[in-house]
Design a binder for this molecule. Structure first.
Ligand SMILES: Nc1ncnc2c1ncn2[C@@H]1O[C@H](COP(=O)(O)OP(=O)(O)O)[C@@H](O)[C@H]1O
Ligand SMILES: [Mg+2]
Length: 360
C-alpha cells in the first residue's frame, strides 16, 4: 500500500552526510525516479554528492543553509547517526525527518542504547558508565575479567576502543581514550556475530530483512554471509529485539542491530544504527528489495518492497589496502563490485565492497 501518491512521483530525498551509505541511497532513489539532495561539509566532492541530483556544501550547524535544504526536499534522512540533534530539529520543523529524534538520541550514546535494550528485556553484555579512573578501577574489580573500554560517542570501525584485562595499567588505558564519557563492557567470548535490519514507516508498520552473519577484523566488518546460517528461532529472536527497539524510539526508516551470539546460543545486544548498515550491502544483489531501495520507498511514501533473498550471499569489504585486488575482481564473473568514488585509498578506509552468490 502506498500512501495515496500518484505517478509520476518526483519527490526529492534529502541526505545528511556524504559517505557511501548516502551514495548507495542516492543510486537506489534514482532508479525509482526520485531526486536526492546531499547536505554535507564536503558535499560536492563526497561519495554521495558525486551521484546525487543536488549538493549543498555547508556545516551541520549552519541553520540558514539547513532551512534552505529542508525547504527543497520532501523528506530528510541521515546516513550517519552522529548528526547533531539540533540539526535534525531544524529539519524536522518543516519535513519528515528520519530516523527521528529519539532514535538518534539512543544510537548516539553507547550507555543510552544499552540501557534502552536492557529496559526492553533484551540481554546485553554487562556494562558500566565510566567517568574517571576510580570508576574504572571499581568496575574492573566487579567485572574481574577481560573487558573492553569504548568512548560512548562517535566511535566506529573499532575506533575509540581499547581491550583491557585486570592486570593492566587502568589509568593509562583510560587516559588513552581521551574522554570522560566511556563505557566498560565485559569481553564476550562470542561464537558469532549477527545483525538484524528492519524498515519502519511513519504508521509503525515494519518489514524485516533476513538476518546476517558477520565477521570483523580489527574491529572493522570484514565479511558478511546472508541469510545467516543460524537457527530460525535465533534469527527470529534478533528480529523481535530489533522490532522492540524500533518501536520504543518510534523510528521511521531503517534500524540495524548488531548482536553477539554467546557459547550457549544466547543473544546479546551490542549496538544499533538507525540507517543503512554495512552488513546489509548484500541486499543490493541478494534481496528482492535492497536496504537502500527500502529506505527510499519509505521516505517517498511508496510502501515496503519484498525482502525475499535470492539464495545465499557473501559480502566482503574492500579497504584501502585491498585496492590492488580490484583488477582481478573486475575480471571475475560472479563478483558484483561496488567502489565508492573515494579518491584516496588510506589503510582501513572503506573504499568499496564486493558481493558474490554462494548458492541456493
Ligand atoms: N563486549 C565485547 N565483547 C567482545 N567483542 C566485542 C565487544 N565489543 C565489541 N567487540 C568487537 O569489536 C567490534 C566493534 O565494536 P562495536 O561495539 O560494534 O563498535 P563499532 O561502533 O566500532 O562498530 C564488534 O563487532 C566485536 O567484534
Ligand atoms: Mg559495530
Amino acid at each position: 500500500m502506498t500512501s495515496g501518491i500518484t505517478f509520476p512521483h518526483t519527490a526529492c530525498i534529502g541526505i545528511l552526510g556524504g559517505g557511501q551509505l548516502g551514495r548507495m541511497l542516492a543510486i537506489a532513489a534514482a532508479q525509482l525516479g526520485l531526486q536526492t539532495h546531499v547536505f554535507a561539509p564536503d558535499a560536492a566532492t563526497s561519495p554521495a554528492g558525486q551521484v546525487a541530483t543536488l549538493a549543498t556544501t555547508a556545516d551541520y550547524d549552519d541553520v540558514t543553509a539547513l532551512r534552505h535544504f529542508a525547504a527543497s526536499v520532501d523528506a530528510v534522512t541521515s546516513e550517519f547517526e552522529n548528526v547533531p540533534a539540533a540539526t535534525m530539529e531544524v529539519i524536522g520543523a518543516s519535513c519528515l525527518a528520519s530516523p527521528g529524534a529519539a532514535a538518534l538520541r539512543a544510537a548516539q550514546h553507547r550507555i543510552a542504547e544499552k540501557s534502552l535494550a536492557a529496559e526492553l528485556g533484551i540481554a546485553t553484555p554487562r556494562f558500566w558508565h565510566i567517568r574517571n579512573d576510580e570508576d574504572l578501577a571499581s568496575a574492573m574489580q566487579m567485572l574481574d575479567g577481560p573487558a573492553i573500554l569504548k568512548t560512548c560517542r562517535l566511535g566506529y570501525d573499532g575506533k575509540g576502543q581499547r581491550r583491557i584485562t585486570p592486570g593492566d595499567d587502568l589509568a593509562a588505558a583510560f587516559t588513552e581514550l581521551a574522554s570522560d564519557d566511556v563505557i566498560l563492557e565485559e569481553m564476550i567470548a562470542f561464537d558469532s556475530e549477527i545483525s538484524a535490519l528492519l524498515a519502519r514507516d511513519a504508521n509503525g508498520a515494519m518489514c524485516h530483512f533476513p538476518v546476517t552473519l558477520n565477521n570483523h577484523r580489527n574491529g572493522i566488518l570484514a565479511t558478511s554471509v546472508a541469510p545467516a546460517p543460524v537457527s530460525a528461532s535465533l534469527a527470529e529472536a534478533a528480529q523481535t529485539a530489533a522490532a522492540a527497539l524500533a518501536g520504543a524510539v518510534d523510528l521511521v526508516g531503517l534500524l540495524a542491530v548488531e548482536f553477539f551470539v554467546d557459547a550457549d546460543g544466547g543473544l546479546l545486544f551490542n549496538e544499533m544504527a538507525p540507517r543503512p548498515h554495512n552488513s546489509f550491502h548484500w541486499t543490493i544483489e541478494g534481496c528482492a528489495t535492497s536496504q537502500f531501495t527500502q529506505l527510499a520507498r519509505v521516505l517517498a511514501g511508496m510502501g515496503f518492497g519484498a525482502t525475499t533473498s535470492y539464495g545465499s550471499w557473501q559480502m566482503e569489504n574492500l579497504l584501502g589496502q585491498d585496492m590492488a585486488r580490484v583488477p582481478s575482481l573486475l575480471a571475475s564473473a560472479g563478483a558484483h563490485l561496488h567502489l565508492y568514488g573515494k579518491p584516496e585509498a588510506r589503510t582501513d578506509r572503506k573504499m568499496g565492497h564486493v558481493t558474490s552468490r554462494l548458492g541456493d
